[in-house]
Design a protein around this ligand. Structure first.
Ligand SMILES: CC/C=C\CC/C=C/CC(=O)SCCNC(=O)CCNC(=O)[C@H](O)C(C)(C)COP(=O)(O)OP(=O)(O)OC[C@H]1O[C@@H](n2cnc3c(N)ncnc32)[C@H](O)[C@@H]1OP(=O)(O)O
Length: 280
């Protein structure tokens, strides 16, 4: 598709996204006029914790971008936290029907983002624990600001990162580092994350990050989108097929896990600790 035609379609999508944003506004989508790249900004105050509504909007945004053959997407945050991960309140004293929809939507988001045909960049402009790290790992390139943290810290909450969370990390930093990171619930500082390969670049500001992200996506300008996307599928296909095959069992495991007394006690204590931290 010619760039002018493509941009016209992208603008149509932007108009739809803006209308949608006006109604719900947990995700803002801006398509760059020149490059056709979408900047997808998460904006659920205060820390972009991923509840059902935010995940639903992310999922709809990704579906829209795919449908409109997006040139690329940069995922970032409107706040000083990239994303605090899954909203713990979705797992604490859960409503079973909502918990089921919540986890299914998270699975859908992962599948859409991990298998996106367009290039994806996470511009991690603040802390990205657990689910925030997972969103970043789904992207092809990760750019992070200094003095932030990133990692799958689930064990620190007394829960276990599912196998597809672990696989997403393993595909980036390898088995050995993933095992160490998951068993300890490690949150990597920006410097540590760069050293281990969990992120690709460090930038001083979000603006600089946006430029670098546009540069990464622009580097595919001379590559056939078809060849690019099939190559990505070749590398990621096994992980995606395995997750899709196991998604019902994964859902049942999640629902059973969050009903355990021990898990509920752990989540309750974690929420209390977060609140105390704020009061201190
Ligand atoms: C079989 C599989 C079973 C289960 C697997 C489940 C997988 C789960 C993966 C996850 O994503 S679990 C979530 C893990 N997330 C965290 O551990 C992050 C916790 N949050 C923080 O460390 C910090 O909030 C922050 C570093 C992200 C930001 O710090 P700061 O800017 O200082 O903000 P506050 O800590 O003051 O937080 C503001 C406000 O937001 C609430 N909050 C923070 N994180 C969450 C969260 N993940 N879910 C719900 N709410 C969260 C916090 O309590 C504060 O609320 P107030 O009401 O006190 O304002």
């Amino acid at each position: 598709m010619a760039l002018s035609q493509h941009l016209s379609k992208s603008r149509q999508f932007l108009a739809i996204a803006r209308n949608y944003s006006a109604a719900a506004s947990l995700v803002n989508v801006e398509v760059n006029d020149k490059s056709g790249v979408a900047v997808v900004t998460l904006q659920r105050p205060p820390v972009n914790s991923l509840n059902l509504e935010l995940l639903t909007e992310i999922k709809q945004t990704l579906t829209g971008l795919e449908k409109n053959k997006s040139r690329g997407a940069i995922i970032t945050s409107a706040f000083k936290t990239f994303s605090a991960g899954l909203d713990i309140l979705e797992m604490y004293k859960p409503n079973p029907d909502r918990a089921k929809e919540f986890w299914t939507t998270l699975q859908d988001v992962w599948i859409s983002l991990y298998s996106a045909q367009f290039p994806t960049v996470a511009l991690i402009n603040g802390p990205a624990p657990a689910g925030g790290c997972l969103l970043s790992l789904c992207c092809e390139y990760r750019i992070m600001v200094p003095k932030a943290v990133i990692g799958l810290n689930e064990t620190q909450l007394g829960i276990v990162a599912p196998s597809w969370f672990a696989a997403s990390m393993e595909n980036v930093i390898g088995k050995r580092q993933t095992e160490l990171a998951l068993t300890t619930g490690k949150l990597f500082t920006t410097d540590e994350a760069l050293k281990v390969g969990l992120i690709d670049e460090v930038v001083q500001t979000k603006e600089e990050g946006l430029e670098k992200a546009q540069g990464f996506i622009g580097s595919f300008a001379r590559i056939s989108p078809f060849a690019r996307s099939l190559s990505k599928q070749t590398v990621r296909g096994g992980t995606i097929r395995s997750m899709v095959k196991g998604r019902e069992a994964d859902l049942q495991l999640f629902l059973a896990t969050i009903q355990q007394d021990q898990v509920q006690k752990g989540l309750g204590l974690y929420i209390e600790a977060l609140k105390k931290k704020q009061a201190a």
